[in-house]
Design a protein around this ligand. Structure first.
Ligand SMILES: [Zn+2]
Length: 604
């Protein structure tokens, strides 16, 4: 595998052997065969029994356990295939394995789908009787959640057809997107030197202090996206249309409904969140006006959004980042540090840059009998330290929630960012506490605010964009890139008001956003998570030490409860608009603090 650039994370590669050795591992082959067998046995044993109410509560519990075991084996195979592929998306063997795992997954799901359907078809009274029995306690929330999809389900045969065709439909387009973005290279000249890099690396230049360099990189990103656009546009149009078709077949009232159901939140809660955020966009505008004054620029452009404020923050290499992040976690909870350490000691992290490696960063929970794995693209920028804290937050959360079992380990997206963003906040507080120069504090708070804007405001804006995109595709048919560009610019401009000018070229920048392709309407969950965490951290400051065990309990719950119920346990009501406003007030306080520091240091 060829290296794209040398960084301090060279050699930091994960060891996936806790899952499987490689694509030729005989155990992997055995497991795939076994999976097909045991799902067939499961079907023979139980088909028709739930619908005909032939099972007592303890037998249904036994059935759930067997179902969970099958699910875990499938998740193990699929996790490995995904992780193995993610670090070299150009390798045909890895691509083939991913495809194979997809197919085995579909076969398995087709064999098991009867259970979900039968459970959804029994009467409310019968379902309630089961759910009230002690034997099913452990699976109650899970089974209850399934019932919510009842109005949107198709017949068993139709479900099988839809599921089978997605392998060559939505799933194929996702892979095509990954491969297209993975091979996209960005080239630009700067100060007489030619630069050639992968897309992610070029995007990270937007955090560079050098304005001319940022501009050159931004223009080159635009150029690269423009060149790939015919294919990317085709992928987008098909993915959006695929989503629309599914919504139509299932009678979803709105393209966001399936996401909200998966997130286990209602539309009202999401609307309350999005509206609260949009009512506060003056914060973004005010911040960028301040940034403009600090720099003495006449106009701020799209390439001036992410570069840090002036002031020294030393670039942290991989080892230093690791040290800082672990210390921050330790300050909050030694238990969390202990778990975070395992990721480094046991090679559960892949951080080096590689050509063909998937962009961005993530933590994959895999299965309870193994442990999570983290992917980073570590570029030696200060932001990479924050990303590390973020992904470790996910990793710790997933690690703690293993006790809920394979079906209920994963949280819905809404609470999925709860630990990751909390980890970032813990790191931020530690960094602020460690500086004594007001200029350094200004820089840290400025960085944090820019991050908050990207996490809260930008994600709400992206969700609005997606709403418009899906609506436009439905109403107008296949969309030309120029139309999508216009939607993108106009929606983004709402966030920045008059403070930032988005140039025409920025119009092409929707086309690399992975979430739009892989996880439609995912983005608001980031805003949900961030504002939730700001409020939770406020509670920690108020309550002190006693908050820590309560918080760890929250993480251990994983996905075994709805966010609303889970958070009610610590006195939070997410249906209350004031709750979202509380998180936004913390951002407002930070912005005021930043303005004071800018005055104090004579920057404005
Ligand atoms: Zn995250």
């Amino acid at each position: 595998m060829s290296k794209s650039q040398s960084t301090s994370a060279d050699g930091i590669e994960w060891d996936l052997s806790d899952l499987y050795e490689d694509h030729e591992d005989p155990e992997l082959k055995n497991d795939m065969e076994e999976l097909v067998e045991i799902s067939e046995e499961f079907r023979e044993k139980y088909k028709g029994k739930v619908e005909q109410e032939e099972l007592g509560p303890s037998e249904l519990a036994e059935m759930m356990k067997e179902y969970e075991d099958i699910y875990e084996l499938l998740a193990k195979i699929k996790s490995f295939a995904m992780l193995y592929h993610s670090i070299n998306t150009q390798d045909p063997d890895r691509g083939a394995l991913l495809q194979k795992a997809e197919e085995v997954g579909t076969q398995t799901k087709n064999k098991l789908i009867f259970f979900e359907l039968e459970w959804q078809n029994i009467s409310d009274e019968t379902a309630e009787e089961y759910l009230r029995s002690d034997e099913l306690d452990h699976y109650e929330s899970y089974l209850r959640h399934w019932r919510r999809y009842t109005p949107y389900m198709l017949s068993e045969r139709e479900e099988q057809i839809v599921e089978s065709l997605q392998t060559t439909g939505k799933e194929a387009f996702k892979r095509l997107f990954d491969q297209t973005i993975g091979k996209t290279t960005v080239k630009f000249e700067y100060e007489g030197e030619s630069h050639k890099m992968v897309l992610d690396q070029a995007l990270s230049v937007l955090y560079d202090d050098d304005r001319e360099k940022r501009k050159a990189a931004a223009d080159a990103v635009t150029q690269a996206l423009k060149e790939e656009n015919p294919l990317l546009n085709f992928i987008f149009n098909n993915v959006v249309q695929n989503h629309g078709t599914i919504c139509q077949l299932r009678d979803y009232p709105d393209p966001m409904t399936p996401r909200n159901l998966d997130n286990r939140v209602d539309r009202e809660t999401v609307d309350a969140l999005m509206e609260a955020v949009e009512e506060n966009t003056d914060l973004v505008e005010k911040f960028y006006e301040l940034k403009k004054d600090i720099y003495g620029y006449e106009t701020l452009y799209d390439y001036d959004r992410y570069n840090p404020l002036p002031g020294d923050v030393p670039e942290a290499d991989f080892e230093e980042s690791k040290k800082k992040v672990l210390e921050a976690y330790e300050d909050f909870s030694p238990k969390m540090k202990e778990i975070a350490e395992k990721f480094f000691e046991n090679n559960w992290i892949d951080a080096e840059l590689k050509e063909g490696k998937r962009g961005g960063a993530f933590s994959a929970s895999t299965v309870p009998s193994v442990h999570p794995y983290i992917l980073l693209n570590f570029t030696d920028k200060p932001l990479d330290t924050i990303t590390m804290a973020h992904e470790l937050g996910h990793g710790i959360h997933q690690y703690l929630a293993r006790e809920q079992g394979a079906l209920q380990q994963s949280t819905p997206l809404t609470t999925a960012e709860m630990a990751s963003v909390f980890g970032e906040t813990v790191l931020f507080e530690k960094l602020v506490a460690d500086v004594d120069e007001p200029e350094a504090e200004l820089r840290l708070i400025g960085d944090k605010l820019q991050k908050d804007f990207a996490t809260v405001f930008r994600q709400v804006i992206m969700t609005r964009f997606e709403q418009k995109l899906h609506r436009a595709r439905k109403e107008k048919g296949e969309l030309k890139s120029e139309e999508i560009n216009r939607l993108w610019i106009e929606t983004n401009q709402e966030e920045f008001g008059d403070a930032v000018e988005l140039r025409d070229g920025y119009g092409w920048w929707w086309s690399y956003v992975l979430h739009f392709v892989h996880y439609p309407f995912y983005c608001y969950a980031y805003a949900f998570g961030e504002l939730l965490v700001l409020a939770l951290y406020d509670m920690y400051k108020e309550k002190g030490e006693e908050f820590v065990p309560e918080y760890l309990e929250l993480l251990k719950t994983g996905g075994s409860e709805d966010p609303k119920d889970l958070l009610a346990e610590i006195g939070v009501d997410i249906t209350d608009p004031d709750f979202w406003q509380r998180g936004l007030s913390v951002i407002r306080e930070n912005l005021d603090r930043m303005e004071d520091l800018a005055r104090e240091t004579g920057k404005i």
